[in-house]
Design a protein around this ligand. Structure first.
Ligand SMILES: NC(=O)c1ccc[n+]([C@@H]2O[C@H](COP(=O)([O-])OP(=O)(O)OC[C@H]3O[C@@H](n4cnc5c(N)ncnc54)[C@H](O)[C@@H]3O)[C@@H](O)[C@H]2O)c1
Length: 268
């Protein structure tokens, strides 16, 4: 999109962390916001802050895991603003446990929140974007979807890998139709995500880290990266470019890469 001025942006999980920072970044470039979040107080606070900065925002309280959530969100956005231009599917939650201790029900919870929310969002918003012939979709994935550095968060990593695949497929389909797609793959960012993670299933486990080279970013840095990616129609946003080296290493020799990752974990 050449300009965000007057554009309507819907951001799920927009009341905290990366979603909230992106809301501020696009608002200051002139976008009107719908902050969709399960946490009503935080959504109201986010909207009050954006309005205090002189911008336009509305809160919509929803649980993205619920079947009806996106139909209601779409209708709310249409009533308030008339159309939607940017949809950021950003909600993501963590879970932790050894693979033989993670209950099937926990897998289902993570898949519903992290992955099916993207599917349901697309079911509502894609036809609208396609019929108007412009717009931009942002999906928040993770380094965890790009390569494997731990074994205790497999449901999370699996949903993030799926989101990357969905984003790639959508990019192929939507680019000729005038609609942009961005997939954001953050490394570590200082947000509230760990606070909402349930206790580890089964015995405690040492979580592997994506790599010592990656520092912890502030969400505001990621928000700016996302806003610029929408403006420049950038597909892949790595929050830290050093991740390219890791990906090259894996692509060059996947067997030795996974052996090295296994060894690193054993040493922790
Ligand atoms: N923080 C990191 O280090 C990091 C790294 C890689 C990827 N990510 C991804 O970034 C995205 C944003 O996470 P964050 O780190 O900003 O976390 P966060 O916890 O600060 O923000 C997430 C927001 O989502 C909301 N939310 C949670 N479940 C919801 C539901 N069912 N329905 C509606 N809203 C819901 C929360 O209330 C919260 O406001 C996630 O997809 C996460 O996987 C984060």
């Amino acid at each position: 999109m050449r300009s965000l001025n007057g554009a309507t942006a819907v951001i799920t999980g927009g009341a905290s962390g990366i979603g909230l920072a992106t809301a501020h970044s696009v608002a200051k470039r002139g976008a009107r916001l719908v902050i969709a979040d399960i946490h009503a107080d935080n959504a109201d606070r986010a909207v009050a802050d954006i309005r205090a900065d002189g911008h336009t925002a509305e809160a919509f309280v929803c649980d993205v895991a619920k079947e009806q959530a996106f139909a209601d969100l779409g209708e709310f956005t249409r009533q308030r603003y008339g159309s939607v231009d940017i949809v950021m599917n950003n909600v993501g939650v963590l879970t932790s446990g050894r693979p033989d201790h993670l209950p099937v029900g926990e897998w289902e919870r993570i898949i519903k929140i992290n992955l099916m929310s993207v599917v349901r969002s697309n079911a509502v918003f894609l036809p609208q974007l396609i019929s108007q012939g412009h717009g931009h979709i942002v999906n928040t994935a993770s380094f965890a979807g790009l390569y494997t550095y731990s074994y205790d968060r497999i449901p999370y990593a699996a949903t993030k890998a799926a989101i990357i695949q969905i984003s790639e497929g959508l990019r192929l389909y939507l680019h000729p139709l005038g609609i942009g797609v961005t997939v954001v793959c953050p490394g570590p960012v200082a947000t509230n995500i760990l606070a909402t993670m349930p206790p580890t299933f089964g015995p405690e486990v040492q979580t592997g880290l994506p790599g010592e080279q990656f520092g912890i970013l502030q969400p505001e840095e990621v928000g700016e990266q996302v806003a610029e990616a929408i403006l420049n129609d950038t597909f892949m946003v790595y929050t830290d470019d050093q991740v390219r080296d890791v990906l090259v290493e894996r692509a060059t020799d996947w067997n030795s890469f996974i052996a090295k990752q296994t060894e690193k974990l054993a040493q922790r």
